[in-house]
Design a protein around this ligand. Structure first.
Ligand SMILES: Nc1ncnc2c1ncn2[C@@H]1O[C@H](COP(=O)(O)OP(=O)(O)OP(=O)(O)O)[C@@H](O)[C@H]1O
Length: 245
């Protein structure tokens, strides 16, 4: 009989293998890289940080990981940055904590979440520059990419999503998503297994988003076709242009 411990071991090995495969397939990490990892405190970015930091301990690997958390004033978190500091300390990773103030009233046409996310991203780019990191790693996973694909088709009439590797600023900077082959269920299981502390945002602007609605739509699709999410992801790598209008 396979014990729970054995199952966890197998799962963890597979989890690391999928991150490794994404790194290999998309050339996400090169020798000497200094990688800034954006850590929101959510399960995905904590998992990302842990996996990248643990891989980096392998003498065959030659890259450095730095973690950054951006706290947004007026958006209270149930768990403060101290948990993240301890998390990074245990991994032996340098931790950068910054606070920003976001005025969402400046541009009332833009949704508050968009403005806030833009400012957080901007701060991550600034920190990356300050710490001489040419790469920024984000915790988006396969299901985020599938949701983005559907959203872009439904709301914008375009087929695009989240690339695993995106060159930016005239190829001087690279955004990477090493969790791109992992599902939300897998990162949830990893977080549970590793007993990550849950952080709950109490954002005054948070309300039902199009992304939430699309996620529910995908749940309905999976009730019809159990592999809908993985097939939609696979579809992005299997485009039959000749059979498109
Ligand atoms: N406050 C933040 N500070 C640093 N990085 C962040 C922050 N918020 C988001 N990020 C980065 O952007 C990615 C996507 O953000 P998003 O808001 O979709 O994730 P989340 O649901 O808050 O948390 P997670 O993806 O970590 O579970 C995160 O995985 C993380 O890498």
């Amino acid at each position: 009989m396979i014990t729970g411990e054995k199952q966890d071991k197998v799962f963890t090995r597979d989890f690391f293998r999928k991150v490794g495969k994404a790194i290999h397939d998309y050339h996400l990490i090169e020798d000497g890289d200094r990688i800034l990892v954006g850590v929101s405190g959510g399960k995905d970015s904590l998992a990302l940080l842990e996996v990248l930091a643990m891989r980096a301990k392998d003498p065959k690997q030659n890259y450095t990981v730095i973690a950054a958390h951006i706290a947004v004033e007026d958006v209270a978190y149930e768990v403060d940055g101290e948990y993240l500091r301890g998390f990074c300390e245990r991994l032996g990773v340098e931790y950068v904590y910054r606070t920003i103030r976001v005025d969402t009233t400046v541009n009332p046409k833009k949704p508050a979440c968009f403005v806030c996310s833009w400012h957080r991203r901007k701060m991550l780019f600034d920190i990356a520059k300050e710490y001489d990191c040419k790469k920024l790693a984000l915790g988006h996973h396969r299901d985020d990419a599938v949701e983005s694909l559907l959203m872009s088709m439904m709301f914008n009439g375009t087929i695009c999503s989240m690339p695993a590797r995106l060159e930016m600023f005239k190829n001087t900077f690279t955004l990477i998503r090493p969790l791109i082959y992992l599902s939300n269920d897998e990162t949830s299981r990893y977080a549970e297994m590793r007993q990550f502390k849950k952080q709950k945002k109490h954002c005054p602007h948070e309300k039902a988003t199009n992304r939430d609605a699309v996620s529910k739509l995908l749940d309905q699709m999976e009730a019809i076709s159990p592999h809908a999410r993985s097939n939609l992801f696979a579809a992005m790598q299997n485009i039959r242009e000749d059979y498109l209008p």
